[in-house]
Ligand binder design. Structure first.
Ligand SMILES: [Zn+2]
Length: 396
């Protein structure tokens, strides 16, 4: 998983080298991430650390800017002990999601709770203009007075090589191919920037802030322009040798005569089970070009009958569901697709058909539900995890 991205950025001024390697501090952070604001005594009880050890760790984390106190200690006389919390008023992180049409930027506290407003900028056509746009949007968010920006998470679609920290092959944002956007953005902004493949971002969003909290073994299937997958196994993202694992969308399901895929092959799963595939079928039926947004609007308004086309797309998607369940034995599978907003009953059909196609014991062991997270929230989760790991590596 991307805990040690190859694009490790310049040193963080707010996290001092003296903190690195202090496992007690990591333990204090873990307890506060899991339990929310707590007093020092409560942290000691929850962590199993002694009160003096907790006090020392907390002092370091306060100096590092990762924690803050809800009440000033001097105001606490005769009152309950001050609560410690992950920094939300004094520090922030940014989550950036790059996609084909637009890029989104959100700020959040270290508790991962995003600030309500999201900045959306059209995705520029070249790599230098993309960096300019992301830098400008990030700087606008970093300009809040009295708030330190500790890091940035950057979600990127397509194949991401974590060893090199670069985009490898992205049909939707090809200007990032061969480039290191997180490293380049870190150099411009002067804060750490962590690169995440967008499905990994979705996985982290679900685990830290969504429906997968407490789960170590689950998977995410994202049906959009393509079909993507990410798997969390034993609490770690399955990345493969260099980060390229999970490309279920490019598994061949139609051996002969299939549609041309963005990868150059024909008959891949995403040529029949994605939003883009459904839009192509709708265009054939309507005799004109339509994009996914219009297809969804037409479906919601009941202005187009795509019963057969939807049935076919959902059947292939069910094959994907069954494949993930059989291959990875997840406790839960989170499926993201805007199509189910337009035709809600279809999700139950996909689950039912997936159940018929999967091995019964594996399917019985897995909850298949619609996902909640977003790439930008996953980018936040990724940089918070990076900052936590920078304090001390996770013991396993
Ligand atoms: Zn393909």
């Amino acid at each position: 998983m991307p805990t040690t991205p190859a694009c490790r950025p310049p040193a963080v001024t707010t996290i001092r080298p003296a903190l690195v390697g202090k496992l007690n501090e990591r333990q204090v952070l873990r307890v506060l991430q899991a339990r929310g604001p707590l007093s020092r005594a409560e942290v000691a009880r929850q962590s199993g650390l002694s009160p003096p050890t907790v006090s020392k760790a907390v002092a370091s984390l306060l100096r590092g800017g990762l924690l803050e106190e809800a009440d000033a200690p001097e105001a606490a006389r005769g009152r309950p002990a001050p609560k410690l919390r992950l920094a939300t008023a004094s520090a922030q992180v940014l989550g950036i999601a790059v996609d084909a049409g637009h890029c989104e930027v959100v700020a959040a506290g270290l508790d991962g709770r995003p600030h309500p407003d999201v900045t959306a900028v059209p995705t520029p056509p070249t790599y230098p203009t993309l960096l300019d746009a992301l830098e400008a949007a990030a700087r606008e968010r970093m300009a809040r007075s009295g708030v330190t920006t500790l890091g940035v998470g950057l979600s990127l679609p397509g194949l991401v090589d974590y060893r090199k920290g670069c985009g490898v092959l992205s049909p939707n944002v090809p200007m990032t191919n061969g480039h290191t956007p997180a490293k380049d953005l870190a150099a411009r902004l002067g804060v750490p920037c962590v690169l995440l493949q967008e499905l990994h971002a979705l996985c982290l969003a679900e685990r830290h802030y969504g429906l997968a909290r407490g789960l170590d073994d689950f998977a995410v299937l994202d049906v959009g322009t393509g079909v993507g997958m990410a798997v969390m196994t034993g609490g770690r993202l399955l990345t493969g040798h260099s980060g390229l694992a999970g490309e279920i969308g490019h598994v061949t399901v139609i051996p002969d005569g299939g549609r041309l895929c963005g990868c150059g092959n024909r008959g891949c799963l995403e040529t029949v089970a994605s939003d883009k595939a459904l839009a192509a079928r709708a265009a054939e039926k309507l005799g004109r070009r339509v994009d996914v947004d219009e297809v969804i609007d037409l479906l919601k308004l009941g202005k187009v009958d795509l019963t057969a086309e939807l049935a076919e797309a959902c059947q292939y998607l069910a094959f994907g569901v069954a494949a993930v369940v059989n291959l990875f034995n997840p406790a839960a599978l989170f499926v993201h697709s805007r199509l189910f907003e337009a035709v809600p009953g279809r999700f139950a059909e996909v689950v039912a058909e997936g159940g018929r196609r999967a091995l019964p014991p594996s399917f019985a062991d897995c909850r298949v539900v619609q996902g909640q997270g977003s790439q930008r929230l996953g980018a936040v989760a990724g940089v918070v995890q990076y900052l936590t790991d920078a304090v001390a590596p996770e013991l396993s």
